[in-house]
Design a protein around this ligand. Structure first.
Ligand code: SF4
Ligand code: SF4
Length: 107
């Protein structure tokens, strides 16, 4: 059983900044390190490639959940940052899978 899914908060982008992504992203062929904003964010902190064919599977699979997204961007930054710290010695693919797993109701 997964977590509850909530509506993604506009202009948040905490997960597009805080967590590391090991798979290639458009403009970031080696993935994204933790704490580095994805290059696909626009000035309003929205994903520029959302709903395009380039939108990565890992992002498509990641769902907003109250447990990780909290009530505010700051809470999300803190919670996701803690998850990164707790798993920093894990294999990048395993960590990414864990984040997707925890955020996905279907899994
Ligand atoms: S942290 Fe949660 S609310 Fe914020 S952008 Fe990511 S999924 Fe959406
Ligand atoms: S591609 Fe879009 S959704 Fe995925 S990390 Fe980058 S900005 Fe966020």
């Amino acid at each position: 059983m997964g977590l509850d899914i909530i509506q993604c908060r506009p202009a948040c982008a905490a997960c597009c900044i805080v967590i590391s992504i090991s798979s290639p992203l458009p403009g970031m062929p080696n993935g994204k390190p933790a704490g580095i904003p994805c290059v696909n964010l626009d000035e309003q902190q929205r994903c520029k490639i959302y709903d395009s064919i380039d939108y990565p599977l890992v992002c498509r699979n990641h769902k907003a959940s109250p447990e990780f997204c909290g009530e505010t961007k700051e809470e999300a930054m803190e919670r996701l940052g803690e998850l990164e710290r707790l798993t920093q010695n894990d294999d990048l693919h395993l960590r990414q899978s864990l984040i997707v797993l925890l955020g996905s109701k279907e899994l």
